[in-house]
Each structure stands twice: as C-alpha cells, then as structure tokens.
Design a protein around this ligand. Structure first.
Ligand code: ATP
Length: 408
C-alpha cells in the first residue's frame, strides 16, 4: 500500500497539484519507475516526480506549468516535458512509449505506446511499476512488488543487458544502494553479457557517465567496489588487477570528501587508478586537462608524497611539500596517514594566517625577493621560529639576503 501522506511537503504539494490539474482536464497520469519503487520501500525522503500518460502529456504539462507559473521545457525526441518552479520538485511528464533496439548498445527507436509497453521497456522489474494517481491502483506487469519483497534486481527479458549494456552498471548500482542482490538468472545473464564483450558496443563516454553516477551514491565505495568486482571497469582501464586495498582506498576517499566541496570525480578516479594512472585511462571521461593532471598526480604520487612527508623533520620542510600539493591530495593524505592529520589541519590554518606586514614596510628595494621574504616570515611567525615582534626585522634581513643571492 502506497501512502502519499508521508511524503515531504514539497513532493506532496507537487503530486496534489498534478492530481488537481488532471481532474480538471480529465487526464490520467501515472507515477512511474523509481518513485514507485521508493514509495513501496518506504523510502519517502525524496522522490522524483516522474509521470507517464498514455494520452495528452502535453496538455497536462502545459496546464501544470501555467498553474504554478513554472518553466516548461520540452524534449520531443524523448516525448518528455520538464517543469521547474520555486519550492517544488522538478516534475517530469512523458508520453508512454514503446522502444525497439535495432542493434546492441545503440539507442532505441521510440514510438508512443500504452502504459504496459512503457513499463515493459524498462530495465528491472522493481523499476517497472506505475501508480495511477487518480485511482491509487498499482500496475505491476512484471512482478516488481514480489522482487522488492525478495530484495532482488531482475531484468525483464534475457536480451536486456545486450540491448542496453548500461543496464549492467545500473543493476550493480541499484543493488548496492538498496542492499539487494541480483536475482540468480539475472546475475548469470550479466556475467554472460560481460564475458561476451557486450560492453564494447557502448561508447566510453556512456560508461564514464555510469561510473560518475556510482561516485554520487551515498554508498559510493560499495558501489564502485561492486562494479570493479563485477569486472565491468576493465573496459575502461584495461586488464588492471584491482587489488585488495581498493575498498580501503575508496572508503578513505569517502571520508576525505565528507563535508567538503573537493572534486569527487577526480578523487574516486584516482583511488581506482592508484599507482598506475596515465592520461589514456581517462579517455572519454570529459575531464579537463587540469583535472586529468590532478587525477594522474593523485593516483601516482600519493605513495611518493607520503614517503617524502615521513622524511621531513620540521614544519618548514613539511609546509614546503604541502604547498605543492592539491587540496585533494592534502585531504587524502590526512585520511590515509593518521599521523599527518594534525599537520594537514595546521597547514590549512597556516594558509589563512595573515601577517600585518607589507612590502613597503621593509624599506628595501621592491621586487620578487620581497614577496619571498614576507612568505618566509609568515611561516616563521606561524611555526614559532620567531616572535611576532621580530617579524619586521626578520623580513628585512630575509629580503636583503634573497636580493643579494639573486645577484641584483
Ligand atoms: P534514481 O533514484 O537513481 O533516480 P531511477 O530508477 O529513478 O533511480 P533514472 O535513471 O532516473 O532512475 O531512470 C528513471 C526510470 O527510467 C527508471 O526507474 C527505469 O524504469 C527507467 N530507465 C532508466 N534507464 C533505463 C535503461 N537504461 N533501460 C531501461 N529503463 C531505464
């Protein structure tokens, strides 16, 4: 039994609005796919509002958008509309469709269809249910409710993974998220599709997109480790043996990312490619040159970086190393090497530490040596090497020393 009363306010308002407009216009919208699955599982936190109609999707989309003064966008190739408005979740409205896969891995041809066609073209039985918003009736042509109870991800036919191999990634991701297993026959079909090279029929870009979605999961370390265990990352990275430490690295990455705005795609990719990354591995990822460099550096230099850190004997030496590291590298070091955690925090404090001293205060000719001297002084005061009161004299001495040694 689906209870819509328990939904968060914005979602409830969104659905009430759709129901109201549907009654006025005598239309019959169905809530479909992920939200129905999540409602049946009692996962009410946030559901997408994905709707399907057999007829007149455009009438409903226009009327809903008008009523709330929302923004309406149309995607004719998918027979879909999207409505956005302040204070409401995004509302997707689609015409029920039939799909045909002409060749494995290619995008399907789409034509309008009935609700049942629309449900049976979907990936898994638990994603192939619809809730009639006008009557409350559940449409479940492929036994999705039964599979939810069995905690199983099951494809709807034997050709499913061949038709669309991105479903291989979706199956693993969804099972991990929900704590489900692949139903036994589905697991065999998945293994067979991978063994027969089905993944080669899709563009690398599409595989990267799937991998990035795994990075977004709440349990990203589990999702990525499961993809690796299923052998479906080799198509991107070659026959690289993913070592036993992968799960640990992914977990450390998750904790380094926690509560930060660091680059999760860069960090998880680096955790995957640890010790052996090259720009070729990143083909199709869409990483800019700068982010790609960051991945390769993080993946390949972390061991060397932590070795070098272990050799340092002063804050001065340590800070010199930290200054050349990306924020991602620093946070991974803090997560990976417990002894360095407090040093990284100290360095972060140092980065925002300011000295009330300017180049003009030093009474020396201006030039690059002055900035260098001020930076050296800032560090000396922060680390306690000199007293605050000595800063100006120290900076002046440093500036003269640097100026002399530069031979000017
Ligand atoms: P999420 O919570 O990740 O958004 P979702 O199930 O809503 O989960 P979407 O990617 O938003 O996932 O897709 C919406 C629906 O479209 C799915 O529930 C599924 O029914 C269908 N779908 C998505 N991708 C595929 C695919 N590759 N093949 C078949 N059906 C698909």
């Amino acid at each position: 039994m689906i209870r819509l009363e328990n939904l968060p306010n914005a979602q409830k308002r969104g659905l009430d609005l759709v129901k109201e407009v549907a009654t006025e216009k005598e239309l019959r919208p169905f809530l479909v796919g992920g939200p129905v699955r999540d409602l049946l599982l009692g996962r009410h936190d946030v559901i997408d509002i994905d709707l399907t109609l057999e007829d007149d999707a455009s009438t409903l989309a226009r009327a809903v958008a008008k009523k709330i003064n929302g923004r309406l966008r149309s995607f004719p190739q998918f027979l879909t509309y999207k409505i956005t408005a302040d204070g409401l979740p995004e509302i997707d409205i689609a015409t029920a469709r039939k799909e045909r896969y002409r060749s494995p891995g290619a995008l399907p041809t789409v034509t309008a269809g009935r609700l049942k066609d629309d449900l049976l073209r979907r990936d898994f039985s638990i994603n192939a249910m619809a809730l009639d918003l006008t009557t409350g009736e559940l449409h479940d042509p492929s036994g999705g409710e039964r599979d939810l109870a069995a905690m199983a991800v099951r494809v709807l036919h034997d050709q499913s993974f061949i038709d669309d191999p991105t479903r291989i990634y979706r199956a693993v991701r969804l099972a991990t998220r929900l704590g489900f297993s692949l139903e036994a026959h589905t697991a065999r079909l998945l293994d067979r599709a991978v063994a027969e090279g089905a993944l080669a029929s899709i563009a690398r870009e599409r595989i990267w997109r799937e991998l990035f979605l795994a990075f977004e999961e709440e349990s990203a370390p589990n999702a990525v480790a499961a993809l690796s265990a299923a052998g479906v990352l080799e198509v991107l990275f070659g026959r690289r043996p993913f070592d036993r430490d992968l799960e640990d690295r992914l977990r450390r990455t998750a904790s380094a990312l926690d509560g930060t705005s660091l680059d999760r795609q860069v960090m998880y990719t680096a955790a995957l490619l640890h010790g052996n990354a090259s720009p070729v591995d990143l083909e199709g990822s869409g990483f800019s040159q700068k982010r790609a460099r960051n991945v390769v550096q993080l993946a390949n230099e972390l061991p060397r970086f932590t070795d070098a850190l272990a050799e340092t004997t002063s804050d001065h030496q340590r800070f010199r190393l930290f200054k050349h590291a990306s924020p991602e590298m620093l946070s991974i070091v803090a997560a990976a090497v417990p002894e360095e955690q407090s040093n990284v925090v100290r360095f972060q404090e140092f980065q925002s530490f300011k000295l009330p001293l300017r180049g003009n205060d030093l009474e020396v000719p201006l030039g690059p040596h002055v900035a260098k001297a001020l930076e050296r002084t800032r560090e000396a005061v922060f680390t306690g090497e000199i007293e605050h009161a000595e800063a100006k004299t120290f900076a002046r001495e440093m500036a003269i020393k640097y100026l002399d040694s530069s031979g000017q």
